[in-house]
Write a protein that binds this ligand. Structure first.
Ligand SMILES: [Zn+2]
Ligand SMILES: [Zn+2]
Length: 190
C-alpha cells in the first residue's frame, strides 16, 4: 500500500513525502476564498465552488522531494498575492507559501496525498460564505495559533532554512513568479 504521507503531481514527475513530525504539527483546513478557487480554475482543475479547497498547513522543512523538485513553478494572482506553487510538468496545484523564506509556511494541497485522511481532521474552515454577510473563518484562532507556533519553532531552531521553495541566501524563490493580471483573475471567476 502507498505510504499515506507520499504526495505527487498528477503525472507523477514530482514526488515527495511529508515527515511524520510535520504531519503531527500540521493543521488541515479548508478554504472557500476566491483566490484558492481561481488558482484551481487557472490550472484547469475542477471548479471547487461551492465547496472549498482542502489544504494541509505545515512548515516547509517537513517536505522532502524524491524527484521533480526542479519542476516546481510559481504564480501569483496579484502582485502581493500568496506564492502559489504548481507542477510545471502537468499544471497540478501543489502548495501555497508566503513570499519570504523567513516566514516559513506551506499550505499543501491535501488532494496530492495518497491518503488525505492521514492528514487528520479539518480544524478550520476559512472564508465560509454567509448569505448577505462577510465570509467567516471558523476555527480561526486555532489555525492562527498553530501557524504561529510552527513558525516560531522553525525560526528558533533554524529549520526555516530547510525549504524547497527558496534560496535562503538571496531570499529569492527557486522559480520566478509569474503574476496574472486583475482582468485575467476576474475572468477565472466568471
Ligand atoms: Zn483560500
Ligand atoms: Zn506533473
Amino acid at each position: 500500500m502507498a505510504d499515506p504521507l507520499i504526495f505527487a503531481c498528477d503525472c507523477g514527475k514530482i514526488r515527495g513525502e511529508l515527515s511524520q513530525e510535520a504531519r503531527k504539527a500540521g493543521t488541515r483546513i479548508v478554504c472557500f476564498c476566491a483566490d484558492c478557487r481561481a488558482n484551481e480554475i487557472y490550472h484547469k482543475q475542477p471548479d471547487p465552488a461551492p465547496g472549498p479547497v482542502d489544504l494541509f498547513q505545515v512548515n516547509p522543512d517537513g517536505l522532502t522531494f524524491h524527484q521533480g523538485e526542479d519542476l516546481l513553478r510559481l504564480m501569483r494572482l496579484s502582485p502581493k498575492g500568496l506564492f502559489r506553487w504548481y507542477a510545471g510538468c502537468c499544471g497540478t496545484p501543489m502548495a501555497n507559501t508566503l513570499a519570504k523564506p523567513t516566514l516559513p509556511f506551506a499550505g499543501l494541497r491535501s488532494d496530492r496525498f495518497a491518503n488525505k485522511d492521514a492528514l487528520g481532521k479539518i480544524r478550520a474552515r476559512a472564508f465560509v460564505p454567509k448569505q448577505g454577510k462577510q465570509p467567516r473563518t471558523e476555527g480561526a484562532a486555532r489555525m492562527v495559533m498553530s501557524l504561529l507556533s510552527r513558525m516560531i519553532s522553525a525560526r528558533l531552531s533554524g529549520r526555516w532554512k530547510e525549504t524547497p521553495f527558496f534560496d535562503v541566501d538571496s531570499g529569492e524563490p527557486v522559480s520566478k513568479p509569474e503574476v496574472i493580471s486583475k482582468e485575467e483573475r476576474a475572468a477565472l471567476l466568471r
